[in-house]
Design a protein around this ligand. Structure first.
Ligand code: COA
Length: 180
């Protein structure tokens, strides 16, 4: 396992897509094709994607779509060698920050009913189960849980995000300046 000493979260660039696709390939049963990310970066005005880097290496990624006044997490993944070191938490906080900048009132997502690791990460940042969709995933018919945060401006959500930030420390070069 690699050690996440210093992780930066930045806007995803076209040059990152190969590395992102490789993480997708080892993380998901049905990865997106690489052109889907290119499309998202170049043609979807409502999408924002970020990568987590250790030095020059992309170790994780995630994205949101702004849908009316809600932001929807479309994907999040961390390379297996870099998991359980807070990279997923950093990515999710970055996506929540972006959602707030886009004036979303809350953040929603779908997660496989059996994906307990992701559900634990989401619960850590205030997501709660809001519903279940039967046979949602077309590859194997697994159910999806729909999860949603409280209002991003609620004291509860601000406390959870601040707590998460404390856990990854302010000394790290997390840089979202050009992620909008
Ligand atoms: C879900 C995923 C993104 C988590 O990334 P990560 O970098 O390992 O997560 P973090 O280290 O930031 O974990 C933050 C918290 O989430 C929870 N968590 C993460 N992985 C967990 C696991 N395997 N088991 C239990 N809890 C877990 C814990 O509460 C953890 O805090 P802790 O380490 O202090 O206990 C990663 O496992 C992954 O890429 N999985 C494959 C792709 C995927 O399922 N994406 C989500 C699709 S909806």
């Amino acid at each position: 396992m690699a050690v996440a000493l210093s992780i930066a979260v930045e806007a995803m660039r076209l040059a990152d897509i190969d590395a992102v696709h490789e993480i997708e390939r080892v993380s998901f049963t049905t990865p997106w094709p690489a052109y889907a990310f290119e499309q998202e970066l170049t043609a979807n005005r409502l999408a924002r994607y970020v990568v987590a880097r250790s030095g020059l290496t992309v170790v994780g990624f995630g994205g949101v779509w702004l849908m009316v006044d809600e932001a929807h997490v479309t994907t999040i993944g961390v390379h297996p060698d870099w998991r359980r070191q807070g990279v997923g938490r950093r990515l999710l906080v970055a996506l929540i920050d972006l959602s707030e900048e886009l004036h979303a009132s809350r953040v929603t997502l779908e997660v496989r009913a059996g994906n307990l690791a992701a559900q634990a990460l989401y619960a850590d940042l205030g997501f709660e189960v809001a519903g279940r969709r039967s046979n949602y995933y077309t590859d194997d018919g697994e159910d999806a849980l729909m999860m949603t945060t409280p209002s991003l401006r609620s004291p509860e959500m601000r406390r959870l995000v601040a707590h998460a930030r404390e856990r990854f420390g302010r000394a790290d070069p997390t840089d979202l300046e050009d992620a909008g």
